[in-house]
Design a binder for this molecule. Structure first.
Ligand code: DLL
Length: 426
């Protein structure tokens, strides 16, 4: 463990620490960020927290609030205190900008170091980061956390997959980080170069930034012969590093000394109990540059009841099922892309790239799934695989989908987050 004293802190102490920090951050936001002061005042709320549940009386902060105040409207301190900024990828609109003070960067490095150590990173590792170094938070988060552990970092950055593989081999890289779908893409590039990914020295990988099913995880593990950990985070909180899974591989530990988590019903805003699925709402407990109170992440998960066998006391949440705004309604049925991926990845005759296309045929919704074959197949074989997938998709979603098996490497490739859904009805 990177920080056993904190990671194994008895729950009672952890709750006391959270209360102390929550009290402070709510008052700090009120006093230093006009947006919060006005929001609380117009809701008739005092910034006084006596017990943790008092957070429930505070208003939510939404992505829209962040956008309206972008880029610098939510900063708590004068500009000269900030030393770095990052921005969300902006796939769902204007980018959201977050500025960090030195203290905020230190906290980020600390939570990242905990996540990376939990995934097995040590100072003996050669750690490649094939993620663009830029305004996207991914690469820098892994970089700062890896440095804190003392691993040898190979900051390969953006793209050029063949170069990524060449360097991986040349430097005997043992640990990689990034985006799950890119790990599979790198594997297929390695194979084309005549290199079996499992024969490289990579034994550990930590991935996140997008929905990432168990089945996809298993594929990456088998293709690379490595252990795979899931890491979650978002620009608004710090970037990657809010939570990650331990070697039990059953839920992600969320660092409760820095983030306060709630699960709410997306429709009503009511706080839900443990084990109840809903939207994750996060509050930064220690951020001085840009504190955020009750941020609606739109990410769907639930919080586990009970403690983990690994000895860490920080709560665990289930792997993110998807975003509430990713959910599509097809013929009246709610469908998450993760359910489609789960169905597809069970079949080892198909590759890892897929797309779901939703259109209208007359008045009816029509769902078409395109999946790359693992290799080139004859038409008859393609039809057979498509039937198998169709059946599995029906079991998981109750929907009848058209399934097309397409040639390997024919679907668009992604170096950032994969785009899997094309909704032509919009
Ligand atoms: O994607 C931070 C990150 C980079 C996390 C690298 C992990 C690895 P944003 O661009 O702000 O930040 O996007 C945040 O990505 O609200 C989720 O919807 C999604 N997301 C992040 N991690 C996971 C994960 C980064 N492990 C948004 N599983 C979040 C599922 C994830 N979704």
């Amino acid at each position: 463990m990177f920080n056993p004293k904190i990671e194994k802190m008895p729950r009672k102490e952890l709750k006391e620490l959270q209360l102390k920090r929550l009290r402070k951050i709510v008052r700090y936001a009120y006093e230093n960020v006009p947006f919060y002061r006005e929001k609380f005042k117009s809701a008739g709320i005092e910034p006084t927290i006596k017990k943790l549940d008092d957070i429930e009386k505070l208003p939510f902060t939404t992505k829209d609030d962040l956008r309206k105040n972008a880029p610098f409207g939510l900063l708590a301190l004068p500009m000269e205190n900030y030393i770095e900024l990052h921005a969300s990828s902006g796939t769902t609109g204007e980018p959201i900008t977050v500025c960090y003070t030195r203290h905020d960067l230190e906290v980020w490095a600390e939570v990242m170091a905990r996540c990376l150590a939990m995934a097995g990173l040590t100072k003996k590792d050669v750690f490649q980061i094939p993620i663009p170094y830029g305004t996207f938070t991914g690469a820098f988060g892994f970089h700062y956390g890896g440095q804190k552990i003392g691993a040898l970092i190979v900051p390969t950055g953006k793209g050029d997959s063949e170069r990524q593989i060449r360097l991986m081999k040349y430097y005997n890289v043992t640990f990689i980080a990034g985006i799950a779908s890119y790990a599979m893409h790198l594997a297929s590039v390695a194979k084309k170069m005549g290199i079996e990914p499992s024969e490289l020295s990579v034994r550990n990988g930590i991935f996140g930034a997008e929905m990432f099913t168990k089945a996809m995880k298993k594929r990456i593990e088998e293709t690379w012969n490595m252990d795979v950990h899931d890491i979650y985070g978002l620009t608004e909180m710090c970037g990657p590093g809010v939570s990650a899974d331990c070697d039990e591989h059953d839920g992600l530990h969320l660092w409760e000394d820095h983030f306060y988590a709630e699960i709410i019903d997306s429709e009503t805003g009511d706080v839900l109990d443990k084990e109840e699925e809903g939207e994750l709402v996060l509050t930064t407990l220690t951020k001085e540059g840009m504190p955020i109170i009750r941020y609606r992440t739109r990410d769907i998960t639930f919080i586990y009841d009970g403690l983990c066998n690994c000895g860490r006391t920080h709560l665990k949440h289930a792997p993110i099922k998807g975003r509430s705004d990713d959910m599509v309604i097809i013929k009246g049925t709610n469908v998450f892309p993760s359910q489609i991926e789960e169905a597809i990845m069970k079949n080892d005759k198909v590759g890892s790239e897929w797309l779901m296309i939703i259109d209208k045929k007359g008045d009816m919704d029509e769902l078409t799934i395109k999946v790359e074959g693992r290799k080139k197949y004859k038409e008859e074989e393609k039809r057979k695989i498509a039937e198998e997938l169709k059946k599995e998709i029906r079991i998981i979603t109750t929907l009848n989908a058209n399934v097309e098996i397409v040639e390997p490497d024919s679907l668009p490739k992604h170096e950032g987050k994969a785009k899997r859904v094309i909704d032509k009805r919009l």
